[in-house]
Design a protein around this ligand. Structure first.
Ligand code: SAH
Length: 341
């Protein structure tokens, strides 16, 4: 059966026309789904019983069940959701003073094989549908009884490898008649699938693009991220420059600092050279060691030196606060190992 949450508003209008219903019903249904956040078609009380029955016969609502929930001492929550086909996905809620951010998964597993990431070595199962991405937001909002203010596509998966579903989910999340979360409060993070960066630039969505850079030369980057063989640094940065030109949006570069690998001042110097003059921001992440992983976290001293060097040389850089590390919910720690416990 089709999932009613897979449709953005325009598509839902077409879908309803195809089953002989008036398109304005789509707006009513959207309100019920994303404003009232109902869980059953029967709660849509301004629709006739006939229409509700027709909807029930043709569509599911994909309400996730929480299989497991863990809470960190810093308030971060990690959810394991049952996606109703025997698989499970992880979503993380982080509470900052400026609001609540959720880190959503875009795929079940990941194909990218980044050496430092906990998703690596785990079989790729499938893309999530748009509805399953949107449902992560709805299910967390329902659990906490509050609204989410920011969404980052930094959970499991490579969002640009599931391009159409991710874009469609963003449209539903962003639509004022949908979840109504501003595009500027949505970040898409990519390991660097260059052609899709060009596509994203032309979508006319004001979301933030984050690039997982992590190294300043191709040899090192390829050793950390196999995707670099297909799309080396020069091509990636050219795509970023073109993205900025087209969208006028600042890009965020993610740089996970690993001891004796990419964290000395020479790397910082190279990074300044690469990014000089670009409308960008660098997010430094103390790398999280994964089980049997080759990389370990840089010392605090090195991380601060690295940041200061960037800032002193005209590149705005901040160190990302680590949240949820005691529940394996910090950057790159989400892993399928937990999924079927
Ligand atoms: N595939 C996308 C999004 C998922 S990863 C991407 O590559 O961007 C989300 C972020 O966490 C990325 O910046 C990724 O590089 C980072 N990350 C992955 N493993 C990590 C680890 N062990 N420590 C710190 N950051 C990590």
């Amino acid at each position: 059966m089709k999932n009613i949450k897979d449709y953005d508003l325009e598509e839902l209008k077409k879908e309803l026309s195809s089953i002989g219903e008036k398109p304005f019903r789509a707006e009513q249904i959207f309100k019920w789904l994303y404003e009232a956040k109902v869980k059953e078609f029967d709660e849509m009380t301004n629709l006739s019983v006939e229409l509700r029955n027709k909807l029930k016969e043709n569509y599911t609502m994909c309400n996730f069940n929480i299989l497991k929930k863990q809470e960190s001492s810093d308030g971060t929550k990690k959810y394991l959701f049952d996606v109703l086909d025997g698989n499970a996905i992880e979503t993380v809620l982080m509470q900052y003073h400026h609001g609540k951010t959720i880190c959503v998964s875009s795929q079940i597993g990941c194909k990218m094989g980044c050496k430092f990431c906990a998703s690596t070595g785990i079989k790729f199962i499938r893309n999530l549908t748009s509805g399953e991405i949107v449902e992560q937001v709805l299910a967390v909002e329902q659990d906490i009884g509050d609204r989410i203010s920011n969404i980052v596509f930094m959970g499991i998966g490579e969002p640009l490898d599931n391009y159409n579903n991710v874009i469609n989910a963003i449209r539903i999340i962003n639509n004022p008649k949908g979840l109504n979360i501003g595009a500027r409060h949505i970040s898409v993070s990519t390991s660097g699938i260059v052609p899709k960066i060009y596509d994203l630039a032309n979508e006319n969505i004001q979301c933030t693009l984050s690039i997982s850079l992590h190294a300043t030369n191709n040899e090192k980057r390829s050793s950390m991220m196999p995707v670099n063989d297909a799309y080396p640094i020069e091509e990636l940065l050219q795509a970023c420059k073109d993205y900025i030109k087209t969208t006028n949006r600042r890009i965020s570069f993610e740089y996970a600092l690993a001891k004796d690998n990419n964290d000395n001042l020479d790397d910082a110097k190279q990074l300044v050279k690469l990014l000089k003059g670009m409308l960008c921001h660098v997010n430094l992440i103390p790398i999280n060691k994964i089980e049997n992983g080759a990389y370990t976290k840089s010392t605090n001293e090195n991380i601060i030196k690295f940041r200061d060097y960037l800032n002193e040389h005209g590149i705005v850089a901040t160190i990302r606060r680590e949240l949820g590390s005691d529940i394996d919910a910090a950057c790159g720690q989400l892993r399928r190992k937990n999924l079927k416990e």
